[in-house]
Design a protein around this ligand. Sequence first.
Ligand code: EPZ
Length: 428
Amino acid sequence: MDRIQIRGGRRLSGEVRISGAKNAALPLMVASLLTDEPLTLASVPHLTDISQLAEILAGLGVEITMSGNGQAGSEVGRVLKLHAKKIASTEAPYDLVRKMRASFLVIGPLLARCHQAKVSLPGGCAIGTRPVDLHLKGLEAMGAEIELQDGYVIARAPGGLHGAHIQFPFVSVGATENLMMAAAIAKGTTVIENAASEPEVTDLGHCLQAMGAKIEGLETRTLKIEGVERLKGANHTVLPDRIETGTYAMAVAATGGEVELLGTRGDLIASVIPLLESAGVHIQSTNRGIKVARNGAHFTGVDVTTEPYPGFPTDLQAQLMALMVTANGVSHISETIFENRFMHVPELMRMGADITIDHQTATVRGVEKLRGAPVMATDLRASVSLIIAGLVAEGETVVNRVYHLDRGFERIEEKLSALGADIKRVKG
Ligand code: EPZ
């Protein structure tokens, strides 16, 4: 199993290109199921989650071709052309779905287009139990009959899906995306209240609109979708990855230095910028992206609570904690989205961090130095937090179970070494 080896203590400087957003690209790929015409997506990041979803979609009959330059520095990234001319199968098997929860998103589009679907329940994962009840209740409200059998959801809508009024009890990104896609070609109008307004949801909405969908209320908490008879193909560019943007910003904040993040936008991390600024980091928009700098002054601890967008994202909580472990003073970090998303804490403590957890809040008391250590990645964002910690730690850090990282961070060791970090992948 590959490992990442880091010798900490180097400042980061230079420029790095931010990739297309994984969490936008995944639902956008699924949207190809809604039309018999080709959907072309540019700026698709090269990640294992993307290849795994491509495998699932191919099993459903989607023809997928890849072109474009996926090399470092490329603005276009990979271009995927997905053509679901005919749906060959409406079944997404356990072996594939269990590897990646986002694949559960195929259920809405399959039901809407083919009036049936059999999709494995994704099961829990390291960060929490992560049920799919909101997806299923929404589809039932739209006329689906749902049965659970041997770990599978078997869904049928003999007369097709119809519009419905759906009120989520809490915000769910995936359920909003699933139902928005299904509603785009259901009969009648669907209203989703307390919908997610994450930029990735909006990006999907824009792509569906380009395909001919009638959607109002994007970027707000109420979506109104008037079903149309058919959607057509479209060309769409995936939005920049706000989590990768925030991760590199926090890495620079942690090591010190000055880095321009190319091809991204400050508004995507609007909740993060004031926090980093109050901690002593300078952030400035440029005509190519944003510049992040910390020169000289040490940064101070800040308090943060994760929330649905536009609040501070749960997907940046671990990275912020890695930054706070060497801040001046105390910071309190509360996780409200997932019940088990502090698995990086014991690993950071092995490197010398001083952290205590009380229910959903971690209290981080800044220490002067971290020391390198062998650590274990437990999920995608936790693993990148260990990389940030390794960049500032004295001596060598080895991050094991790097496959988590490959799910969501494109060429991270290449990007960081181009910025001056001493980091390499050790094959094994
Ligand atoms: C998306 O997951 C992201 N994944 C996650 O990123 C992200 O952390 C999360 O949204 C929150 O922003 C993708 O976009 C592919 P939710 P999703 O439905 O859609 C509970 C990463 O590291 N819930 O908004 O699965 C759920 O358990 C990943 O890239 C139900 O109870 O998240 C969680 O506690 C990790 N029932 C909360 O809602 C449901 O039917 C929010 O989950 C659905 C969700």
